[in-house]
Design a protein around this ligand. Structure first.
Ligand code: HEM
Length: 335
């Protein structure tokens, strides 16, 4: 009787946690696509040679993928009958890099047709983007499958906003099982790439209902950014004014001198009494500490609710479900 209860509990837990119990593995494609990591790496390098921001675009796509229904390629699905694309969500508007994913997928399909998911391509491409630009490297875990559904309302509520406070950011990370160190480490991806002015120009004046600019924004840096943004709200500024395209610890040294670009960046250092301050200081002091935590946090993020086993599918085109799937077919349970 006791063992029957144990079996029943096990199945209940499997149902409760769905795909998250299934293990991803480093060796998943060893037989079916042994050259996968070389193919993706070459493709990412090629993309960065023509667009220095390619890596930044790819890792951001992976982040936005994993935070909505888990890492299942759902962010890449475009509008189609039965699919309301997550790309319509305010948090995804203006997100870039889908054509880079198409190019990587085409390179992979040429050698391993129908084998590798778009979700795994995003995970691998993110790792390559970071290490090609000077950051750490790690062994990527594979075995994610692609969803047949998108979750636009999940994107509306789950994606972090640059206007949020530290507590709000922590809550969004906690909702997908990530902690405070993950929040601080993963935000370090803002060491490269750009942001449009519309996401930080509210800091220039009348900040939070006052008559002043954001006091946690360095006044000289503010004047510099005001100059950049005089060209309009869609102008892009470097996240890191010092080494804009290098993956290094400068994101954290910038925070220490009030040169975080987004309000959500600076919150990590300027929120009085916050537990994130000590973490920022430790990453700013030793790049090795940042890289070690970043590696681990990328693995943690990549493990969010993957679809594994027979769930989902291996999409042929990352922007569309396979035509024989039908609509509203198997995917994640709706959150
Ligand atoms: C903590 C909460 C976060 C917020 C509020 C946030 C917000 C933003 C915003 C507003 C932009 C600019 C978008 C645009 O101009 O279109 C951006 C860009 C970017 N984000 Fe985040 N982000 C966060 C965390 C992350 C994480 C965890 C990663 C990756 C691990 C990441 C990677 C990037 C990169 C690389 C860019 C530059 C993309 C480019 O140049 O196209 N962000 N983020």
């Amino acid at each position: 009787m006791a063992s029957a209860n144990a079996v029943a509990s096990f199945f209940f837990l499997c149902l409760l946690f769905g795909g998250s119990l299934a293990q991803l593995s480093e060796t998943f494609y060893d037989q079916s696509c042994p050259r996968l990591s070389n193919i993706v790496r070459a493709s990412v390098k090629k993309a960065i040679e023509t667009d220095v921001r390619a890596g930044a675009k790819l890792i951001r796509l992976h982040f936005h993928d994993c935070f909505v229904n888990g890492c299942d390629g759902s962010v890449l699905l475009e509008d189609a009958p039965g699919i309301v694309s997550e790309l319509n969500s305010p948090g995804n508007q203006g997100i870039q890099g889908l054509e880079i994913v198409d190019a990587i997928k085409a390179d992979v399909e040429r050698e391993c047709p129908g084998i590798v998911s778009c979700a795994d391509i995003l995970a691998q491409a993110s790792k390559d983007s970071v290490d090609v630009q000077g950051g750490p490297s790690w062994r990527v875990l594979y075995g994610r499958r692609d969803s047949r559904i998108a979750n636009k309302t999940g994107a509306d509520s789950g994606l972090a906003s640059p206007f949020e406070t530290l507590d709000e950011l922590k809550a969004k990370f906690a909702a997908v099982g990530l902690g405070t160190t993950d929040l601080v480490a993963l935000s370090g991806a803002h060491t490269f790439g750009r942001s449009r002015c519309r996401f930080f120009s509210h800091r220039f004046a009348n900040f939070n209902g006052t008559t002043s600019p954001d006091p946690s924004l360095d006044p000289n840096y503010r004047r510099f950014l005001e100059g950049v943004c005089s060209a309009g709200p869609d102008t892009r500024a470097n996240f890191d004014p010092v080494t804009p395209d290098v993956f290094d610890k400068n994101y954290y040294t910038n925070l220490q001198v009030r040169k975080g670009l987004l309000q959500s960046d600076q919150e990590l250092y300027s929120t009085a009494g916050a537990d994130t301050i000590a973490i920022v200081n430790s990453f700013a002091t030793r790049e090795g500490t940042f890289f070690k935590e970043f590696r681990q946090s990328m693995i943690n993020m990549g493990n969010i609710k993957p679809l594994t086993g027979n769930r989902g599918e291996i999409r042929r085109n990352c922007r569309r479900v396979n035509s024989n799937s039908g609509f509203g077919g198997e995917g994640h349970d709706v959150m």
